[in-house]
Design a protein around this ligand. Sequence first.
Ligand SMILES: C[S@@+](CC[C@H](N)C(=O)[O-])C[C@H]1O[C@@H](n2cnc3c(N)ncnc32)[C@H](O)[C@@H]1O
Length: 255
Amino acid sequence: MPYNETLRSLKKIITTKDGSQTLYSSEFDECYHSTNDGALNETLQKHIIPAFTLVPKKDRLVILDICFGLGYNTLATIYYCKLHKISTKIDIISPEFDGALVQSLKDFVYPVEFDSLRPIIKQLSETFRYQDEQFSITILTGDARATLPNIKEKIDIIYQDAFSPKKNPLLWTKEYFTMLHKLCSDDAIMTTYSSATPVRMGMWESGFKLFIPPKSNVRSGTIATLGLLELESIDMELKLQRNPEAKSLKDSEYQ
Ligand SMILES: C[S@@+](CC[C@H](N)C(=O)[O-])C[C@H]1O[C@@H](n2cnc3c(N)ncnc32)[C@H](O)[C@@H]1O
């Protein structure tokens, strides 16, 4: 079977609770989004809204979208900026090693909210790049662990949206978060759906400060930043006192 067909046969389309579609990956034995929270709803509530609410105002924002997948985070960023008439210049960099998936996205059925973004989706699926006066998008093909160190820009927002730590641990280790920390601007915001202690330990040990996300209609995760935020902070020293066994994931356990 050609590579594309083999790959597609490993994926199944799933309709999530808000009516938007996602995929199930049998390679990772996991869905690309929470079926209960809804693909579009989860994207907006866990990543885009908290990031844009908390990030300091700037003329230009550089966003790291880990990883591109179906592109919901990238597309919802554009949707959100257009909806709220945010004219900030936005550069999005997004690693993704499944090139065949990106190429197939021109045929994916997205929610109606993305209807006006069809030309962007088509161009991304053909060239892995998009640019207009406000937005630039670059999909970095290959393994994120290999492509991330080559990024020269300082990142303002990270959507940490990899498959779960159990299924894709190398995108959740202390060494991985140390790599992200080096890429961050002084007031960068990282959003993630994970509230697992080993994940929080890895973020904290690599220098991030941790906070409970603002209340929303989805399962809570973690907000990480280099600066301070007016949110409830997560006291990792206290957590460690209460649970001395708590530890981060380490590259050496998975390589
Ligand atoms: C949970 S999905 C991303 C969901 C995405 N935000 C979306 O809207 O669909 C995780 C993605 O990470 C990609 N991936 C997994 N490990 C990777 C790696 N080491 N480097 C690059 N991409 C990776 C998978 O191919 C998959 O597309």
